[in-house]
Design a protein around this ligand. Structure first.
Ligand SMILES: [Zn+2]
Length: 413
């Protein structure tokens, strides 16, 4: 089974916009109420068992169960009998909101994500229809529960064999969008390892360096947009909170944010295609970008969007029949890709790789990407053969890959 997500721009009528906004509003109160319920429960367990604290008291009975998804969904059904407001939105949409909160809660504990936040009217931006009716789409419009036919711009066709399963309605700075989750109920095999192997090293100095010696910088236009954003954000502090001027500026900032993220995504796609050119296998380091974002790279990392890029790359590789794998990241910059000797830790300011053992010299990032390639290839258990030209590893027969490394000479002899 395969799932794709496609995004289309909606062209809703004023009544439909009112319906969407109202649903967002109801979702928001459901989210905030459910989150408060969870927080209250946690707070009520904080007082020590043997003493009364000044700050925390048991305000709930001890055997009150934790408000998990199913409990909250049941409470929601009951609450609907009393509150007309809750009935104005689709029931499944509201349940989905509770499910999202449940997932955010689990992610916080299991994956170290942030605490779920209360949402004001600007923060609640989307909701999900978990089910769609029969034949919900045609070229002009999409049928959505409660909204009936909504006009849309079908900017690209739905690929053959895919069926829309659920739809997320998103409000962005530039209008309303629908994100369709498309499902293909056929198993598509992943590409097999073949052809020219290429290792990638992601970094801040160069966005990506390849084992073929190519280094790609982050594009200028993104930097310029970032700078623009900085200027606008700086103006924010002069505006009074709650004033309409501040709201206007905030909208301007939101539009710019969207433009940056759209531009970046577009560039990521193009770069992914470029990296697939002439390669049969791609290897990247297995990096936990979430913890990266927290650490010393916090600012640059969020800006670069490595996590998104790797996801896009994996997808493009699949489409282009290029084998994709992640390799162990530890110490890729401490090993010489040419002879395998340990070269010791390089601090971030050392930008070149000079091997004392074999005299191999290249830039730091290219050396790291070549080590990534070597690891990827050896993880496949391929025989690694000597290539006279060194770097330009091209040509391959079946599963025999030619990689220019000194280490392979030892293996071959
Ligand atoms: Zn060496």
């Amino acid at each position: 089974m395969m799932i794709l997500s496609y995004e289309y721009k909606l062209e809703p009528t004023p009544e439909q916009i009112a319906y969407i906004e109202n649903t967002l509003d109801v979702c928001r109160s459901v989210w905030n109420f459910a989150l408060q319920e969870r927080k209250d429960w946690c707070k009520s367990r904080k007082s020590p068992v043997n003493a009364c604290s000044i700050e925390h008291e048991y305000i709930m009975s001890v055997d009150e169960p934790f408000p998990k998804y199913h409990r909250q969904a049941k409470l929601l059904t009951n609450a609907k009998k009393e509150h007309e407001f809750l009935k104005s939105a689709n029931a499944q949409v509201l349940q989905q909101t509770l499910r999202t909160l449940d997932r955010a809660w689990d992610d916080m504990k299991a994956r170290g994500f942030g605490f779920p936040r209360f949402k004001n009217k600007y923060r609640m931006r989307s909701f999900v229809f978990p089910q769609l009716g029969k034949n919900p789409i045609n070229n002009q419009s999409i049928k959505l529960p409660g909204l009936k036919e909504v006009k849309w711009r079908m900017s690209r066709p739905i690929p053959d064999g895919f069926v829309p399963r659920c739809a997320r309605i998103v409000r962005k700075a530039s209008g309303y969008f629908v994100m369709l989750s498309l499902q293909l109920n056929v198993d598509v095999p992943n590409p097999m390892p073949h052809g020219h192997p290429r290792g990638l090293d992601l970094g801040f100095d160069k966005f990506v360096a390849t084992s073929d010696g190519e280094e790609i910088k982050r594009p200028r236009f993104l930097k310029n947009l970032q700078y623009k954003l900085k200027l606008l954000s700086r103006r924010l502090k002069n505006k009074q909170k709650g004033s309409s001027n501040r709201h206007k500026l905030n909208q301007k900032i939101a539009r710019l944010h969207q433009r940056i993220s759209d531009t970046r995504k577009d560039w990521h796609f193009k770069l992914a295609h470029h990296l697939c050119n002439g390669a049969g296998m791609l290897f990247v380091e297995d990096i936990n970008f979430v913890s990266w974002q927290r650490g010393m790279f916090s600012n640059q990392s969020a800006d670069a969007g490595f996590g998104q890029f790797v996801n896009i790359l994996e997808w493009i590789c699949f489409r282009r029949d290029v084998y994709f794998a992640k390799v162990n990241k530890d110490g890729t910059s401490q090993t010489c890709p040419n002879c395998g000797a340990h070269t010791g830790k390089k601090t971030l300011d050392i930008r070149s790789h000079n091997c004392n053992e074999c005299g191999y010299t290249t830039t730091r990032d290219v050396a790291a990407s070549q080590e990534v390639r070597n690891r990827g290839v050896s993880a496949l258990g391929h025989s690694v053969l000597e290539n006279v030209c060194g770097l330009d590893a091209t040509g391959s027969i079946g599963h025999d890959i030619l990689v220019g490394t000194g280490r392979s000479r030892k293996l071959a002899s």
